[in-house]
Design a protein around this ligand. Structure first.
Ligand code: MN
Length: 152
């Protein structure tokens, strides 16, 4: 099991590289809100364990091994963020909390969250139960409760 910090670095390097086509110390420092010397120190460690290749002037490149892990973390991130947005967490908070949750959950939990996200996304139309949930969030009452009562 990798540390949260290691996963965060690999994820950030992947994101920056996908965005800019390369990734330099400064970019990672900005992305993770840390000081450049801390990035250099960490990137050197990641280089030693074969997760990245770091060349002072060319920047940081993920190795195959590093990229594999980064893609898993990113997939967890995207899944969790999508889940949080389904349950109506505002985007900014969903982004932040996905980053916390992505390191901690059991694989099975992530898989089931992903199943739920895909289930909702593949629905031919916006799910009725989600509409009910929205009503529930604002009123605290299940909209079907009223229907059932009227039928009795
Ligand atoms: Mn993340």
């Amino acid at each position: 099991m990798l540390t949260r910090r290691t996963e965060d670095y690999l994820e950030a390097i992947l994101n920056v590289t996908e965005e800019k086509g390369y990734s330099k110390i400064k970019d990672i420092a900005v992305a993770l809100e840390v000081k450049p010397p801390s990035v250099i120190e960490m990137v050197k460690k990641l280089d030693k364990i074969d997760f990245v290749v770091y060349r002072k002037y060319d920047g940081i490149t993920l190795t195959e091994k590093g990229r594999e892990i980064a893609l898993i973390v990113k997939d967890r991130h995207d899944t969790l963020k999508a889940f949080l947005e389904i349950i109506k967490v505002p985007e900014k908070i969903a982004e932040k909390d996905a980053c916390t949750m992505e390191h901690e959950l059991d694989e099975i939990t992530t898989k089931q969250v992903k199943n739920l996200v895909n289930f909702v996304k593949s629905a031919p139309e916006y799910p009725q139960w989600l509409r009910y949930f929205e009503t529930f969030c604002t009123t605290g009452k299940h909209p079907c409760e009223e229907k059932v009562r009227r039928l009795k």
